[in-house]
Design a protein around this ligand. Structure first.
Ligand SMILES: Nc1nc2c(ncn2[C@@H]2O[C@H](COP(=O)(O)OP(=O)(O)O)[C@@H](O)[C@H]2O)c(=O)[nH]1
Ligand SMILES: [Mg+2]
Length: 226
């Protein structure tokens, strides 16, 4: 697996490493704004998908790509510390896929995305999905230049995932509550998760999904205005 995958390996010292964190965040934001301008110039809509490992990001992307690939020209950039597992899964759906291996970094940054988009012909694309590195802490501080940010939380992570991650929920345009098919077994109250999300971020749209069956994916497509 991963042999013919297009992989960017981020070497040490190549990341946006600036001594003072504030400068780092500022530098990232400037690059993110520049990325956004590039996307807009080429008419590409970019969607950043965040969430813990195992929450269902790749499964949701597979379903989205499956439903949208006839209508739109799609590429997927998958971020992961070391593997190409996600990009391999998505590539099977026949869309252009790039893996970014971040090495020690627990999030993608705007420079990594800049490097990845250099490998894409943006004029021949309508949508770029980005699967961020799997956790709900680090990606919150690093905008990539995307138009929409999705946070995926699954019921198997227990009842407190949303309340315990207010920063990333605040920055989300859409909160997806996934694996609703397992809510009963997990004794997790989906309505309470929805309430938690709305309380932290009243502007975010909340969508419930079962990425295995595809339930709710059309609502997510609607929320994304695609
Ligand atoms: N039952 C159930 N399993 C799911 C659902 N979404 C994802 N999974 C499973 O959860 C595991 C992790 O999903 P994955 O998409 O790899 O999560 P990621 O790490 O966030 O990309 C896989 O075994 C999926 O088949 C769901 O809605 N319901
Ligand atoms: Mg994944």
């Amino acid at each position: 697996m991963g042999e013919d995958m297009d992989v960017i390996k981020v070497e040490e010292g190549e990341m946006l490493e600036i001594e003072i964190e504030e400068d780092l965040l500022k530098a990232n934001e400037q690059l993110a704004n520049a990325n956004r301008k590039i996307f807009d110039k080429h008419g590409v809509k970019v969607i950043d998908v965040m969430g813990s490992i195992g929450s269902g990001k790749t499964s949701i992307l597979e379903k989205l790509v499956g439903k949208l690939k006839e209508k739109y020209r799609i590429a997927v950039i998958a971020g992961d510390v070391t593997t190409t597992i996600d990009a391999d899964r998505i590539k099977r759906h026949g869309v252009r896929t790039i893996q970014i291996n971040t090495g020690n970094e627990c999030h993608l940054d705007a420079l990594m995305i800049r490097r990845a988009i250099k490998r894409l012909n943006l004029d021949e694309l309508d949508i770029v999905f980005i699967e961020n590195v799997g956790n709900l802490i680090c990606p919150a501080d690093f905008p990539l230049g995307s138009h929409r940010r999705i946070v995926v939380v699954s019921v198997t992570e227990g009842p407190y995932m949303i309340r315990k991650h207010p920063m990333i929920i605040k920055g989300a345009d859409i909160v997806v509550i996934n694996k609703i098919d397992l809510a009963e077994a997990m004794e997790v109250d989906v309505n309470q998760l929805i309430k938690d999300a709305k309380e932290i971020n009243p502007k975010a749209e909340v969508v419930c999904t079962n990425a295995k069956s595809g339930e709710g994916i059309d609502n997510l497509i609607k929320a994304l205005q695609l």
